[in-house]
Design a binder for this molecule. Structure first.
Ligand SMILES: *Cc1c(COP(=O)(O)O)cnc(C)c1O
Length: 416
């Protein structure tokens, strides 16, 4: 039986999978079972921030795997403590505390639970708890019951109602829509500084500032979903700092690139006081309030620590900015009519495509047609929505690798 046949027989068909059978990776390159090599600008969807099998990550995994793989959160875990310190002191640089999960959706669920706790502590005038979290249209926050309800896309929620109540979706990047949007039961606002899955849309500085002002005015928590954008991907340690650096969020969620390929996510809560008594926000999730058996185990924390130290010590965020400007300059010089826009920040870039120029068979979007053609040419990229493809190379991608990918991209896009 081929891998594809075994899949069909034994694995739930939740993904539309390409026929590529991936067997080995090194840096920017991925090999299939027939020995063909691909330039990987999908990177496990913004996960492989150091590329495949980076020696520092592999060494950290080997070392930790031979020492201690897992121990319960009933005990002290030095790698977890060190990782939390690295994130707080070097990447967030605001006082707060971290909970480790195994994915981005779980991290967002943690933020949603924090909003509920906050809404009990800082209740409505009549004593009823606040609970509502405002999110935005075209957002993506994950697939669990909580994160799915937070996601402002009907297609993600289709057939799964009744959804977890307590979410309302406002238009993204529309400061006017924020006016009068807060209700008595509203407790928090959650948003991606750059929407990833929703088509690569950057929040404008005006919009982020209007959201932050709204939160201050109405005693709401401000949460950033940095699951795709965090840790150098957008050219700064955190994406919001590339947009409106003075903002101090109350909560942040991460996953994807923070582990470089090991399953790890996390959420952060600020230490700021939420009342006159000086109660820190981060203290609302005390012993027994939340947990995860695997979350933050020695193996994944040792791996993530190696990844985040490599990103910081080599200033890979600066490389993300450098490569972004090279990519933008090259694509602008092509003047290809099929390209409608280049959106995004750092190495989270979306290339908007003109659907009128791309013949699409039934059931396929223009973006998927292009993704297939690029795969045939040896370049792997994911789509983002129906008319956008994404470039998500590793943060340590070289000039030569970018140039090679752009040449393949040009060869395909010039045919439309
Ligand atoms: C991918 C993603 C998630 C979900 O992460 P999982 O690890 O798949 O649960 C949440 N938010 C954003 C912004 C994402 O890009």
């Amino acid at each position: 039986m081929t891998t594809t046949e075994t899949f069909q027989q034994h694995v739930l068909p939740t993904y539309g999978r390409f026929p590529l059978v991936a067997v080995r990776g090194e840096g920017c390159r991925l090999w299939d079972d027939a020995g063909r090599s691909f330039l990987d600008f999908c990177g496990g969807i913004a996960v492989c921030s150091l590329g495949h099998c980076h020696p520092r990550l592999v060494a950290a995994l080997r070392e930790q795997a031979g020492t201690l793989i897992h121990v319960s959160n009933l005990y002290q875990i030095p790698q977890q403590a060190e990782l939390a310190r690295e994130i707080n002191e070097q990447h967030v640089r605001l006082p707060g505390k971290i909970f480790f999960s195994n994915s981005g959706a779980e991290a967002n669920d943690g933020l949603i639970k924090a909003a509920r706790r906050f809404g009990h502590r800082r209740a409505q005038a009549d004593g009823a708890p606040r609970f509502e979290v405002i999110t935005f249209q075209q957002s993506f926050h994950g697939r669990t019951l909580g994160a799915m309800a937070a996601t402002g896309q009907a297609k993600i929620q289709e057939g799964f109602d009744p959804l977890l109540p307590g979410f309302r979706y406002l238009p993204f990047n529309d400061p006017a829509a924020l006016v009068g949007a807060v209700r008595a039961e509203t407790a928090a606002v959650l948003l991606e500084p750059v929407q990833g899955e929703g088509g690569v849309n950057i929040a404008t500085p005006e919009f982020l500032r209007a959201v932050a002002a709204l939160c201050k005015a109405h005693d709401l928590l401000l949460f950033f979903d940095e699951v795709q954008t965090g840790f150098g991907r957008c050219g700064q340690a955190m994406a919001w700092r590339a947009i409106a650096p003075e903002i101090e969020p109350d909560g942040i969620s991460w996953a994807k690139g923070m582990g470089g390929g090991v399953p790890i996510g996390a959420f952060w809560l600020s230490d700021r006081a939420i009342d006159a008594a000086g109660t820190p926000l981060a203290s609302l999730l005390g012993p027994g309030s939340h947990g995860s058996t695997y979350g933050g185990n020695p193996l994944v924390c040792a791996a993530s620590l190696a990844v985040l130290q490599e990103i910081r010590e080599r200033d890979l965020a600066a490389n993300a900015r450098h490569q972004e400007s090279r990519i933008r300059a090259t694509i602008a010089a092509w003047q290809l009519p099929v390209i409608t826009a280049v959106r995004g920040l750092g190495l989270l870039l979306g290339i908007g495509l003109d659907p009128a120029r791309i013949p699409t068979p039934a059931g396929k979007t223009p973006a998927l047609v292009v993704v297939h053609r690029l795969l045939e040419q040896g370049l792997l990229v994911p789509a983002a929505g129906p008319n956008t493809i994404r470039l998500l190379p590793p943060l340590n991608v070289t000039d030569a690798e970018i140039d090679e990918a752009l040449a393949l991209l040009h060869a395909v896009l010039a045919t439309f």
